[in-house]
Design a protein around this ligand. Structure first.
Ligand SMILES: Cc1cc2nc3c(=O)[nH]c(=O)nc-3n(C[C@H](O)[C@H](O)[C@H](O)COP(=O)(O)OP(=O)(O)OC[C@H]3O[C@@H](n4cnc5c(N)ncnc54)[C@H](O)[C@@H]3O)c2cc1C
Length: 264
């Protein structure tokens, strides 16, 4: 839908007629973005060079706004990766000092905590023996690489258009991830290894959710008849329904426990 930028007017609730659009007046000029260009109230291009450059540079981000822009885009740049040795000699890297994977699954804070616990469990005495250091680094590498596999799966199993997504679909996968995908595709089986962060449920959610349906199923399923399986799944559905019956809706919960003050 195309509409012109509106002028700010005084708010009189009794004059409002539904449906209407309203937004708070923020400092600056009002404009709408059409085909990546900022237009004034009379639909002319905003002539100011700096304004035009801002919208050109941020065209992709701004094109996806579904309301008024209330703040400028904040671009965060990062280099993915981890240190080859998180503990080297008498120096241990934790948190961002150890590395950064990416924001999709938000694993950074977990990695800070698990490394801190790992350090306590392998706390050195005055000598910092190499076996302890190696074990710390081995556990860190395992944890980081399994999280990397889980994140790579999101990108590899995409069904999006564009050169970037095409590249992701055809990129070479880490052997540990390929093994997991092959096993899943064969019989729908996933195993959580050692202390890896993501559980079977998380893997299944991404694998199935991104369209990877296994060719076969776990033969153990055949022990049960279709009627027994239907009954089992029916019991789960009935339990969920019973819980829903006694739980408030989201709107009811918000209005009872944390209702916002009316604006005005
Ligand atoms: C917008 C945003 C959202 C995020 N969301 C999530 C999330 O949902 N889940 C998640 O797990 N992670 C999230 N992260 C990542 C996570 O917050 C960080 O990875 C984590 O806080 C890093 O902790 P850190 O202690 O390593 O580094 P920091 O928190 O950056 O701490 C480093 C500290 O060192 C100080 N410092 C820097 N240089 C010096 C110096 N020379 N001398 C003295 N002090 C110095 C800094 O001031 C800072 O206080 C998010 C990050 C951002 C930016």
């Amino acid at each position: 839908m195309t509409f012109k930028p509106m002028l700010a007017v005084d708010f009189h609730e009794r004059l409002l007629r539904f449906p209407y659009y309203a937004s708070p007046k923020v400092d600056g000029i009002r404009a709408v973005i059409i085909d990546g260009e900022a237009r004034t109230r009379s639909m002319k291009r905003i002539p100011n060079f700096h304004v035009r450059e801002f919208f050109e540079k941020n065209a992709n981000l701004l094109a996806n706004l579904d309301g008024e822009q209330l703040a400028n885009p904040n671009r965060l740049r990062f280099t993915s990766g981890k240190r080859r040795k998180m503990w080297n000699r008498n120096c241990v890297a934790l948190g961002l000092a150890a590395g950064f994977l990416e924001p999709l699954e938000s694993t950074s804070i977990h990695l800070v905590q698990s490394a801190a616990i790992r350090l306590v469990r392998l706390f050195p005495d005055g000598h910092s023996d190499q076996a302890t250091i190696d074990e710390f680094n081995r556990q860190c590498d395992f944890e980081w690489e399994r999280i990397r596999d889980f994140i790579v799966l999101h990108y590899w199993a995409n069904q999006r258009d564009g050169a970037f997504w095409e590249y992701c679909r055809t990129m070479e996968l880490p052997a540990t991830l390929q093994r997991k995908i092959d096993l899943w595709m064969a019989n729908g089986r996933v195993f959580r290894e050692d202390d890896e962060l993501f559980s079977e449920e998380s893997w299944i959610q991404v694998l199935l959710g991104q369209g990877l349906v296994p060719k076969g199923y776990d033969p153990l399923v055949a022990i049960k008849s279709n009627a027994q399986i239907e009954q089992y799944l029916g019991n789960i559905a009935a339990t969920i329904d019973r819980c829903l019956d006694v739980m408030p809706t989201h709107a009811e919960y918000v209005s009872k426990y944390c209702a916002a003050e009316p604006v005005g």
